[in-house]
Write a protein that binds this ligand. Structure first.
Ligand code: HT7
Ligand code: ZN
Length: 844
């Protein structure tokens, strides 16, 4: 397959005035009748007329009423058209029931639904399926399903039909249709300017009791966007639909968001605190897209970060505002390092704005989303809060109704602030995580910090020019007082020094506060300085970071030497655990050691070949030693963190449960599982039930409870996903691959359901010591199942191939196993374009 290049962009030769679509729904043979008014695009002289279309059976096509016989290929349709406005009509047939790829129009549990981003609309009808072609859609749905929904506002309905009109011009990727036997959890919202909006969350009848939290989250998000960004909702109705079979989390279709049911349905007995927080964030994220993505969209898919980076940044601001800002920042950085730094460091590294791709679905990545959000955060840090607010106002005014680029976005900031952002743009065009090496000097009352930046080569980009890096710094006196509050340093050179004169004693620096730039900080420091910062830093992120660095180095050493944790480190953790002035959620984050995969990466970066089994054992020893060192505190803290009264998913209660869960995991190492069993039996909410089960299973103590959990929840698909995932996650490393394969034979395993597939095989990929087991069984088993999934669902297959992206970190025997597994996938007959691209890049 040939790549597409950003540099090849040309506008489409025609504008679309409006689109009328009629759907005659039928599982095997849905008819889609389109009437599209085109006119020549005055911005281009290119008059080639090509409409995308895939897997469509053309019944008839007409231009201005006259039947035509277009030329049709696997990718679309061409025909001769007048050099003047004209109407194109087509009738096509598609088979939703046969659509297992979950792109275009498909059936999920008998319900019709669509997924059109990025290029799914071309599986519905012939159309210029590109985001820079925006138009007004009118949709008629005919079918016996009681509920029939599309974008915009409902205009008319009768027996067996419904019509919708969306007045806002949009690209085809935001088109949506849903039809089925659904019920609504309904509410209303009045916007700041007085528009009365009907809100609905549509679900299967059994799930009606699980919508209240999502609805409250939606209203919180609507209000927040008005207050924080001055953005109001712009239709009379906002619909959300929960769907069981869905490739990703959710989709921001105009006025008709479609959600993976796992990202919207919530109830105390079936959802964990983490589920609640995620649901709130995703509902907000999709809602915020209404302005950042829908009203202003992307010119082409290379600009994906324009809508995704900005919207992730906005949803993070929302979560920070309504929950704990430090906890949100720390959690985001943990995820960024685990997913994006890992991506940037391997064969799949690509710029936040890629310059070529084969299959755009493979670029919905941590780099585009999470690093894209970091770039928005850095811009805000560099220009300041007021200028950021002014720039966003200008962006919305200037580009409303347009499909724009990163250049347009940066130009807004340049115009508003007068700054030259050409160096900043490198963050969008250059892949790789910069390393920032720091050294310091102390002389005559002046403290000097010297930074050197270097970005390692990434695929296709051997050399990198220096970037502008905002470095937030504070200085502390050795007695713990802050002598310099947070100050922003703007680094623009490859090497640069910053002096802080007039100090009485050599200070302790707190560098990169709040994680002010997505870089890897390298500083030769000793553990006493880290312990000092863990105890005294006023910046909560760096306070946590100091403990994290201690933990990382400790686990690296333990994995390399087979030795034990230092008493000084255990003392520092103990001090955090018993410090009641600290937020319990923060304490839980500080006490939880880095993930085993992070340790493997750190060892690799330090020039070692990581041994996943040794890391696994080191993590286990550390847990054992923590439990011993803090034994006297555990029961008391366990009781102190109990949250009285009925379950509430609020941040404070969730933070206490989180710390209580961490304490329980340590207690379980000492009391044979007694406390965990009692919690499992008494739990009235999923957080505590699942935490107790997880603690038991992690110690191989939970056979009976696992069976009881399975039997209790057998009929709840979302809870069963948790059971499948937990069963694999807590398998012994040598059993993980066989365990996953065994679960795939469970009667409730369904390869067509991405949630279930991810529960089992995503958990295998996430089991560092199991997936990278020396036997090669982890690699072989995942490859077996990806080969099976590919013809059914290429998009999910390709995404899950990323599990292999770290294969070159490991020893030659493991590499040989991984290479063989990847080559076996690549050699599969009729492998999808999606998976071919991913595996080829990983092997490259
Ligand atoms: N904009 C959406 C990204 C998306 C997607 C969602 C569901 C299924 C397939 C998809 N392909 C792309 C989701 C978002 O970022 O908000
Ligand atoms: Zn998004």
């Amino acid at each position: 397959p040939q790549p597409v290049f950003l540099s090849d962009y040309t506008p489409f030769g025609y504008l679309v005035e409006d689109v009328h679509l009629t759907f005659r729904l039928d599982p095997q043979a849905t008819r889609v009748i389109s009437r599209i008014r085109f006119r020549p695009n005055p911005d281009t002289t290119d008059r080639g007329f090509f409409l995308h279309g895939e897997q469509l059976r053309l019944v008839t096509a007409r231009i201005d009423g006259a039947t035509i016989t277009p030329r049709i290929t696997e990718r679309g349709l061409t025909c001769d058209v007048p050099d003047a406005p004209f109407t194109f009509q087509a009738e096509v047939e598609i088979a939703p029931a046969a659509n297992t790829a979950l792109e275009g129009l498909y059936l999920s549990n008998g319900m019709y639904c669509t997924q059109c981003e990025a290029e799914g609309f071309r599986k519905i009808t012939f159309y210029p399926d590109r985001p820079d072609v925006m138009s007004v859609f009118t949709v008629r749905i005919e079918g016996s399903e009681p509920v029939k929904l599309s974008n915009g506002n409902p205009t008319a309905q009768g027996d067996g039909w419904a019509e919708w009109h969306d007045p806002w011009p949009k690209p085809a990727y935001l088109f949506a249709l849903v039809a089925g036997d659904l019920v609504a959890h309904a509410d209303r919202f009045t916007t700041a300017s007085g528009r009365d909006v009907a809100l609905n969350i549509w679900v299967r009848p059994d799930d009606q009791g699980k919508c209240a939290f999502g609805m409250e989250a939606l209203k919180r998000a609507m209000l927040w966007d008005e207050k924080a960004y001055g953005r109001e909702y712009d239709l009379d109705i906002f619909n959300i639909v929960a769907v069981d079979d869905f490739n990703m989390g959710a989709m921001e279709n105009k006025g008709l968001n479609i959600f993976n049911s796992s990202c919207v349905l919530a109830s105390p007995d079936t959802s964990t605190d983490a589920n609640y927080e995620r649901i709130e964030a995703i509902i907000a994220h999709e809602y915020f897209h209404n302005w950042t993505g829908n009203r202003i969209t992307c010119r082409d898919w290379f600009q994906l970060c324009l809508k995704e980076g900005l919207t992730v940044f906005r949803d993070a601001q929302f979560t920070s505002d309504i929950r704990s800002a430090p906890v949100k920042r720390i959690s985001d950085v943990i995820a960024l390092r685990a997913r994006q730094f890992r991506e940037d460091n391997g064969p799949l590294a690509h710029p936040v704005r890629p310059s070529s791709f084969v299959e755009i679905n493979n670029f919905y990545t941590a780099t585009v989303y999470e690093k894209g959000a970091e770039l928005v955060g850095m811009l805000k840090t560099l220009v300041g809060d007021d200028a950021y607010a002014a720039a966003l106002d200008t962006y919305f005014d200037r580009h409303d109704g347009q499909a724009v680029t990163i250049e347009d976005w940066l130009k807004v900031f340049e115009d508003v602030t007068g700054r030259d952002l050409s160096q900043f743009k490198r963050w969008y065009t250059d892949a790789g995580t910069p390393r920032l090496r720091v050294s310091d000097a102390w002389q005559d009352g002046t403290y000097t910090l010297t930074f050197r930046q270097m970005t390692p080569p990434t695929p296709g980009q051997p050399d990198k020019a220096p970037r502008v890096i905002p470095i937030a710094v504070g200085l502390l006196n050795p007695n713990g007082d802050e002598v310099l509050p947070t100050t922003l340093l703007e680094m623009t050179e490859a090497e640069q020094s910053f002096a802080f004169p007039g100090l009485a004693t050599k200070p302790v620096p707190s560098i990169l506060r709040g994680f002010s730039a997505p870089v890897i900080l390298e500083r030769a420091t000793d553990n006493s300085e880290r312990a000092f910062l863990l105890a005294h830093d006023t910046d909560p992120f760096n306070k946590w970071e100091a403990g994290r660095a201690l933990g990382r180095d400790m686990l690296m050493r333990m994995a390399l030497t087979g030795g034990d944790a230092d008493a000084a480190y255990l003392d520092a953790l103990r001090a955090v655990l018993r410090d009641d002035s600290l937020d319990p959620a923060f304490r839980a984050l500080a006490l939880r050691p880095p993930a085993q995969d992070d340790i493997a990466q750190a060892l690799h970066d330090a020039g070692h070949t990581p041994d996943p089994q040794a890391i696994y054992q080191a993590a286990d020893r550390l847990g054992q030693q923590m439990a011993g060192h803090m034994a006297d505190l555990l029961q008391g803290l366990y009781q102190a963190m109990a949250v009285p009264g009925p379950y509430s998913p609020d941040a404070e209660a969730a933070g206490k449960r989180d710390l209580q869960g961490l304490v329980l995991s340590l207690l379980t190492r000492r009391d044979g599982g007694q406390t965990a069993r009692a919690q499992f039996a008494a739990a009235d909410n999923m957080t505590q039930q699942l935490t107790a089960l997880s603690c038991l299973m992690a110690r191989q103590l939970g056979q009976q409870e696992s069976q009881a959990f399975h039997d209790q929840w057998r009929h709840d698909r979302l809870v069963m996903d948790k059971w499948f995932a937990l069963t694999v996650a807590h398998a012994r490393p040598e059993d993980a691959a066989a365990g996953a394969a065994e679960l795939a034979a469970h009667p409730d395993f369904n390869i067509r359901n991405p949630n279930r597939f991810r529960a089992v095989f995503g958990a295998l990929a996430g089991h560092a010591a199991g997936f990278h087991h020396a036997s090669g069984q982890g690699y072989a088993t995942l490859a077996d199942w990806l080969i099976r999934l590919d013809p059914i669902n290429p998009q999910t297959t390709a995404r899950m191939c990323a599990a292999f992206e770290t294969w070159r970190r490991y020893d030659s025997a493991r590499q040989a196993h991984a290479r063989a597994a990847l080559q076996r996938i690549l050699a599969t007959d009729t492998l999808s374009r999606d998976t071919t691209e991913m595996v080829s890049r990983i092997l490259d």
